[in-house]
Ligand binder design. Structure first.
Ligand SMILES: [Mg+2]
Ligand SMILES: [Zn+2]
Length: 196
């Protein structure tokens, strides 16, 4: 079994990219729904990231101070073979894992920090052949079964490639619409218990 965890809103209690844009970027990007303003997830992500003007050290310090992990995170990643697959940024994820003393493989996007606005660097070239977006389905590891845990827009396509899905909030609503089965969760203790 391979366990794949989304990061923002899944491993983290709050979406850390949204929160860092509120604190260090330009939250007016959220005045209208990103899903209505931008045609693709990739464009929305690039626009969010581009509102950041800080240094990577400032972003790391912000993440270490503010990012809270979901209850049961340590138990889950210690017990199961785990990959974090995130559309978020290395600069916001790795400092938090270092703070927690956790070693886990991270497959995420990256960014070039700049005082003119950070530029996202997508982990995977081009677009996903399934959804035609800058989607992380292409970052999924091999696994049989492949278990996916997520919460949001960026998890939609990847979750459909998994054998077993745990979903909450927006991802759960999407899978309800699609008629795709999933298991709800609130904490990672719930996920660990279901997988045991
Ligand atoms: Mg998420
Ligand atoms: Zn896709």
């Amino acid at each position: 079994m391979k366990l794949v965890l989304d990061w923002d809103g899944t491993c983290t209690v709050r979406d850390s990219l949204v929160a860092v844009v509120h604190d260090l970027g330009d939250p007016s990007i959220y005045d209208a729904s990103l899903q209505e303003t931008f045609a693709t997830y990739g464009e929305a992500l690039a626009a969010e990231v581009h509102t950041l003007r800080c240094t990577s050290e400032e972003a790391a310090a912000w993440a270490v101070e503010h990012v809270e992990l979901r209850a049961g995170f340590h138990e889950l990643v210690e017990r199961f073979d785990t990959v974090i697959a995130s559309s978020g940024l290395q600069q916001l994820i790795l400092p938090v894992l270092a703070r927690e003393g956790v070693q886990v493989e991270v497959r995420s996007n990256d960014a070039i920090p700049s005082p003119d606005g950070w530029q996202v660097v997508f982990r995977d070239e081009g677009v996903c052949s399934t959804c035609s977006d800058k989607c992380k389905r292409r970052s999924l590891p091999e696994g049989d079964p492949l278990v996916f845990v997520g919460d949001g827009w960026s998890d939609r396509c990847a979750s459909l490639a998994a054998d077993r899905v745990f979903a909450r909030t927006g991802l759960a609503a999407y899978l309800d619409e699609e008629g795709t089965p999933y298991e709800p969760y609130e904490t990672f203790f719930d996920v660990a218990a279901a997988l045991t």
